[in-house]
Design a binder for this molecule. Sequence first.
Ligand code: GLU
Length: 426
Amino acid sequence: MTSPDPALAPPAEPSPYASALEQLDAAADILGLDDGMRETLRRPRREFTAHFPVEMDDGSVRTFSGYRVQHNDARGPYKGGIRYATGVSLDEVRALAMWMTWKCAIVNVPFGGAKGGVLVDPDRLSDCELENLSRRFISELEPIIGPDRDIPAPDMGTNARVMAWMMDTYSMGHGHTVPAIVTGKPVEVGGSQGRYEATGRGVLFATEEIARRRGDALEGLRVAVQGFGQVGSVAARLLSEAGARIVAVSDAGGGYHDSHGLDVAALAARASERGRIQDPPPGADRISNAELIEIDCDYLIPAAIESVILDSNAERVRADVIVEAANGPTTPEAERILLERGRVLVPDVLANAGGVTVSYMEWVQDLQSFFWEEDQVNRRLSRIMRKAFAEVWERAETRGLSLRDAANVVGVDRVVRAIELRGIFP
Ligand code: GLU
């Protein structure tokens, strides 16, 4: 292997970027990639940091730090969300950008991978401050983004409202409306039907596909979902509509457990826009997020943040199947423990790819100014997700790989092929 670059040295464990590199190395070993190609894939093509001022409601000015990492664009324009969170770091954004590259390649949408983030707690900003921050950050990114260059989207802490501000700001600077500059917008301003539910719906499809292959009936399946935001609440609701029994859910402050099953439709209807569960479900026990990971269930769906299944708790995970709806919820060491214990893990780059898949559809609709019905979007999403799942499964079966290694092999291989076909210029 090539020697580590100190500039790329990840911070203290658990570092998402270190996890992403370890996963890439495993795929590169299986594919037999040479050192030159490995180095190309290990390093993001471009990293952008901005420290920018935002005017607060009391008239004071605060400086925020934000990042955009563009990992690889061999297969198409850079694509990936922007998150607002207190834990945002360059290390994390690098990992998330790399995962976007593989994710887009696995579902075979013509995008590369990027990610952005601002170090901020959005809950502590007023609407006006959030708008000021969003408009200023997208202005900072203006030189490196564009509808055929790099297309942001929502991620943790951002939503359709934020995308509308970003689209408007970019458009004002260009003298005309440019809807394809971001995806995940409200439908009234060029968003796609079905985009809000897309990641959660994709998680449902991934869960159906793994359950079918294992011979697990969805009817009565005991599922625990960590996180009740756009991804977790939709996945929980759709799974419960499909017959599963949702035995535990949680938000950032903790969760609820009821072995008889929770009424997730009612919980979702009352949850705040930021994914906070408002009223305690009657008869449920209060649990912590750490307890949810270890709860007695058949399928566990981490749908919140990264690094929640660690080497310290992987031994106590009771679920047979883990479907990663969040990005990077399982560290490589924890995954080794889970696999040794015979658990099956459907990786993030496959399980949560529904969001970017419908982002692709939104982008296409914006470029054509021709909009589709929701059932058309959902049918296409189902086809794309199930095909990607089948390709990953087939690779895992024929090569004796874990689903993570198989997914990464499929994704990395497609990116490598594009790099080789394009060649190096100049
Ligand atoms: N933030 C989402 C993800 O992690 C969606 C990205 C997008 O739609 O571009 O996949």
